[in-house]
Design a protein around this ligand. Structure first.
Ligand SMILES: NC(=O)c1ccc[n+]([C@@H]2O[C@H](COP(=O)([O-])OP(=O)(O)OC[C@H]3O[C@@H](n4cnc5c(N)ncnc54)[C@H](OP(=O)(O)O)[C@@H]3O)[C@@H](O)[C@H]2O)c1
Length: 219
């Protein structure tokens, strides 16, 4: 595994530092880097730096982890992910983009963080969250095969309203929090309500539901 804090091969996608040494002798690269601040530096410019280093190293398959529907939601982070996908698709290294829906881990962490104020802001919208372990398995399967030169969707077993997810979270965790309807105006609200972040017919469908995942986490 390569990252800025990796023990063996430290790399920084924002500068390109360490990439040449780290990629020597590799055949496949899985890019699962992420950044919440200045995301384009890491994900878009970082992908360009990574792909240039991959070309030099003769990498035969670049696997990019992305997000189902990132090109359908007009939110800055999703727009960066869509741009990252374009860089990969237009690059010279054979590629596969694995698009996943939101991880159960993210939904849980988002609710837990809001619950510190004893409220759960719940916009109207639908998600199809999936356990990160199931996404990791799908990414590993893709990385072991030949490049698809297309997107592969990985989604959770069920589409659920964010309000239902909040209700489930409250009931499994037993936290006393007040669900607070959160109006999301404009294109972002419309996209979430229309289920833009979900996938009707994913290539891979996880089997672990949010409620069972939460229960297992708390055992
Ligand atoms: N979270 C979700 O619900 C979700 C859903 C669908 C798809 N995805 C996608 O899945 C991927 C992983 O997301 P995640 O939530 O698992 O991310 P994460 O937990 O935030 O992990 C990000 C990783 O990127 C590394 N990183 C950050 N900046 C870097 C840099 N400049 N150079 C090299 N490495 C860097 C970090 O390590 P260091 O800090 O040590 O460098 C860390 O290992 C992303 O592409 C994301 O868009 C996420």
């Amino acid at each position: 595994m390569l990252s800025r804090s990796a023990e063996k091969y430290r790399v920084d996608l924002r500068t390109g530092e360490g990439l040449d040494e780290a990629l020597a002798g590799c055949e496949v690269v899985v890019d699962a880097a992420n950044a919440s601040k200045r995301a384009a530096d890491t994900l878009v410019e970082g992908s360009r730096r990574l792909l240039a280093a991959e070309e030099k190293a003769g990498i035969g398959h670049h696997v990019c982890v992305s997000i189902v529907g990132c090109d359908r939601v007009p939110m800055a982070y999703f727009q960066v992910k869509a741009e990252q996908e374009r860089v990969v698709e237009e690059g010279r290294v054979p590629w596969t983009i694995v698009r996943a829906t939101q991880f159960h881990e993210l939904v849980d962490a988002t609710f837990a963080s809001a619950a510190r104020w004893r409220v759960l802001p719940v916009p109207r919208g639908r998600l199809q969250s999936v356990a990160v372990a199931e996404v990791a398995r799908a990414v590993a399967d893709v990385a072991e095969g030949a490049p698809y030169r297309r997107r592969v969707d990985v989604a959770g077993p069920e589409v659920a309203g964010i309000r239902d997810l909040a209700r489930t979270w409250r009931s499994v965790t037993g936290r006393r929090v007040l669900p607070l309807p959160l109006p999301l105006p404009g294109g972002i609200g419309r996209a979430l309500r229309a289920g833009a972040l979900t996938s009707d017919r994913p290539d891979v469908r996880g089997t672990t539901r949010f409620a069972s995942w939460l229960e297992a986490e708390r055992r």
